[in-house]
Design a protein around this ligand. Structure first.
Ligand code: PLP
Length: 426
């Protein structure tokens, strides 16, 4: 097994400051503790942590799976339930802005993924949005294109849904490694579905160049942003992405099961033919016409009645982004993951873990995945000791680094506890 190394890979991002030469012979844990303190006090995002309701004395490194609540969400939900629902009842669809919440909150999510207003709607799960996006993309593709490419390492639901979408549209499906998808697209390719960040390894795929290669081959690009939105800059409009989907319960902290989103690029919207044309996407939903006529714009991506409670919990969670620059988030994310890897290298007994996440910054999302024997048991013990990450079968420990609330001291504590656990585990 190779040891993790932490060479700074990207000159554009300031890496964690290194130890002074005089400290090289000092106790590595003490040196790392001093560095963590210095990095935390210089962190431009340090005050944003106070916007989250975190468990004291716990290091929460699972925001890449389920983000924690913000401090405001209880009050908002209490108002939504008590006043908007409890007192105003049905009047809240208009009076409290419930009916238009999917587009309004969609625009807020859009601002975090480089989408100008009017192109994102929030609703349904990511799985359902993958289905809408893929079938609609095949319906938009020129005649003769009957192949769907799917990222071979994809999160399983995307692969299952793509397979079903292919059967329903008379397409074949081909699994290709994400980095080869652009080159693999040919004259029969209608669309490719690619994960921006791989959920298991944390690898960041090259969205601009894969999208450009797909377009050069005449195919459409659908991106799954579950592990990138809120963790790093995404430029959907700038990079000419056709369609995109993502969840809101990870780095956007919407809460368990909070609704997902669908991006449909503005110029494609008139051709977006939804395979789930529910009444919420009708041009005149309250006309109750027997015939379907699609609304204009992104709200063609809506289906049925919006999930108001979780949608409004998400609305409040997005307030945590007020005044936050995503470029600062990315710089801190890379510095945190570098620092964690460096701490693991310094503290964990040699040969006990292997880094799965790519080391070059340009290929790294906002998590660190470590391959490790008995990873399920190791993660259970870490959790008992207050370090919360997760485990992906068969042998991967995942640690998500969420710059809005994770401190360098947390990264160091996680590495320390991991070292202790591995010292005591066969
Ligand atoms: C990359 C990716 N896509 C899709 C999903 C599934 O999303 P949903 O359960 O909202 O359908 C997940 C869930 O973790 C995911 O990580």
């Amino acid at each position: 097994m190779s040891e993790p190394t932490t060479q700074p890979q990207d000159a554009a991002v300031d890496p964690a400051p290194s130890a002074p030469a005089s400290a090289v012979t000092a106790d590595p844990a003490a040196v790392l503790t001093d560095r963590a303190a210095a990095l935390d006090s210089a962190d431009p995002l340090r005050a944003v942590r106070d916007r989250f309701a975190l468990v004291p004395d716990e290091v929460y490194l699972d925001g890449n799976s389920l983000g924690p609540p913000t401090t405001q969400v209880m009050d908002r939900l209490s108002d939504v339930v008590g006043r908007e629902w409890g007192r105003l009842g049905i009047r809240s669809w208009d009076g409290s802005g419930w009916w238009t919440a999917p587009e309004r909150i969609g625009d807020r999510v859009g601002a975090l993924v480089g989408a100008a207003p009017g192109q994102v709607v929030v609703g349904d799960s990511t799985s359902v949005n993958v289905f809408k996006a893929l079938v609609a993309a095949v319906r938009m593709a020129p005649d003769g294109r009957d192949e769907i490419l799917v990222d071979a390492a994809t999160f399983p639901t995307d692969g299952y849904i793509a397979e079903s979408a292919a059967r329903m549209t008379g397409c074949t499906i081909r699994a290709v490694a994400a980095e080869e998808i652009g080159a693999a697209a040919g004259e029969r390719t209608a669309v490719a579905l690619v994960n921006h960040v791989d959920y298991r390894s944390g690898r960041l795929n090259d969205l601009p160049s894969v999208t450009a290669a797909l377009h050069a081959a005449g195919a459409l690009a659908v991106w799954d942003l579950c592990h990138s939105a809120g963790a790093l800059p995404v430029a959907l409009d700038g990079d000419g992405v056709d369609l995109a989907v993502g969840c809101t319960y990870k780095y956007l902290n919407g809460g368990p099961g909070s609704p997902a989103y669908l991006y449909v690029r503005r110029d494609l919207q008139p051709r977006f033919d939804s395979p789930l044309p529910g009444w919420n996407s009708h041009a005149d939903p309250f006309g109750m016409a027997p015939a379907y006529a699609p609304a204009d714009g992104a709200l063609r991506g809506r289906v049925g009645t919006p999930e108001i409670l979780s949608l409004l919990a998400l609305d409040t969670a997005l307030d945590a982004w007020d005044g936050v620059d995503v470029a600062d988030v990315r710089a801190k994310s890379l510095a945190l993951t570098d620092f964690f890897l460096e701490s693991v290298t310094a503290l964990v007994p040699p040969g006990r873990v292997e880094t799965v996440t790519p080391l070059p910054h340009a290929e790294r999302g906002s998590q660190v995945s470590l391959r490790c024997a008995n990873s399920g048991e190791v993660m259970r013990t870490l959790t008992e000791r207050g370090v919360i990450g997760d485990h992906r079968s068969p042998d991967v420990l995942r640690f998500g680094f969420t710059p809005l609330y994770t401190r360098f001291a947390d990264a160091l504590r996680a590495a320390r506890v991991l070292a202790d656990v591995l010292e005591g585990t066969p």
